[in-house]
Design a protein around this ligand. Structure first.
Ligand code: PHE
Length: 342
């Protein structure tokens, strides 16, 4: 019994946590504990009454000691553990970097859109929006694209069962804006567009455009070029060389494809511009008189220009984003890379 007591005290002394102390308790006082079994396994029939009494007394003493020692140790351990936060704080290295809070971020397309809205508002343009679920009339007919026109095939359309469609371009807002505000008119319409496309690194079925429309007396191609150059040099923070090629869109006449000299190679030819030195950037033109008429604008007095900037593509160029699918990926690690102050 003396050996057991010494061993018990030594083990209890080593047990630091409440958990370890409880393990010692189970080892000695549990159902199969050393002290419990000591009583069970002793053959009392071989002892004299004197010895029995002595054994019982010493066993009770040992049990009582074990119980009180465990109680005392547990209390001390609990007090130590309760005080631990203070100890942790006292030893804390305050120079360690913290874990930080995630604040969210602005999508690269939204960044470009915000910057363009600023630029155009500075030139006196309103910022307007239109519906994503659009009437066939505004998306096609009022833009001089009648039902059998082959240009409809160029824009594979998501048709809804009620005869409406998901707008295929922000040009759908042109006639809406003319109807509402008349002439003179300066407005941009940023917005989401949809086309039934096979998705790959440069095609998405959902993308963003920013349409521009200016209607006033004596608007010519010179005004169009001036505004396009101002827009590009502001967004890319440098002078951008542009050229116009003829382009066909039923709602403009003449229509153009405005190319910018490649911003990556400066016109020498690289993989981005496919060796040509130019990047097709902004389809545009003078508003077709038929479209002005659909917008109830007096064509004997007014003319206008329109352009349709691919916001998604512009954001990819500005930030050097290689794959359009990243834009709708929802991956925060991608979005976080673009600084709000560009
Ligand atoms: N809406 C045309 C498109 O999405 C682009 C465009 C806009 C062309 C304005 C000319 C004028 O392809």
């Amino acid at each position: 019994m003396d050996d057991i007591r010494e061993q018990f005290l030594a083990e209890l002394n080593k047990a630091a946590s409440a958990k370890e102390i409880d393990e010692v308790r189970v080892r000695y006082l549990g159902r199969k504990g050393v002290i419990t079994l000591l009583a069970k396994n002793t053959d009392f029939s071989k002892l004299t009454p004197e010895q029995k009494r002595d054994f019982g007394r010493r066993l009770n003493e040992l049990k009582a000691l074990a119980e009180s020692e465990i109680g005392r140790a547990l209390e001390a351990a609990k007090a130590r553990e309760a005080a631990a936060p203070a100890a942790v704080l006292a030893n804390l290295d305050r120079t360690l970097p913290g874990t930080g809070h995630s604040l969210g971020c602005i999508h690269p397309i939204a960044l470009v859109q915000m910057e363009l809205e600023d630029i155009f508002q500075g030139m006196g343009f309103m910022v307007l929006t239109g519906p994503e679920v659009e009437k066939e009339y505004y998306n096609f007919d009022a833009l001089n694209i009648p039902p059998d026109h082959p240009a409809r095939d160029m824009q594979d359309t998501y048709w809804l069962t009620n005869g409406m469609l998901l707008r295929t371009h922000t040009s759908a807002i042109q006639v809406r804006a003319m109807e509402r505000f008349g002439a003179p008119l300066r407005a941009i319409f940023p917005g989401r567009c949809f086309r039934y496309e096979a998705i790959d690194a440069s095609h998405e079925n959902t993308f963003y455009q920013l349409e521009g429309l200016m209607v006033d007396e004596g608007i010519s191609v010179a005004n169009l070029i001036a505004v396009m150059k101002a827009l590009l040099s502001e967004i890319f923070h440098r002078e951008v060389t542009v050229r116009l090629r003829p382009g066909f869109f039923p709602f403009v006449e003449p229509g153009f494809e405005l190319d910018a000299q490649c911003l990556l190679c400066g016109g020498k030819g690289c993989s981005t511009c496919k060796g040509s030195g130019w990047i097709e950037l902004i389809p545009c033109g003078l508003v077709h008189p038929r479209v002005l008429e659909f917008g109830r604008i007096d064509t004997s007095k007014y003319s206008g220009f329109a352009f349709g900037l691919g916001l998604t593509r512009l954001a990819m160029m500005k930030f050097g984003i290689p794959d359009i699918r990243l834009m709708n990926s929802g991956d925060i690690r991608f979005y976080e890379q673009f600084p709000a102050a560009v």
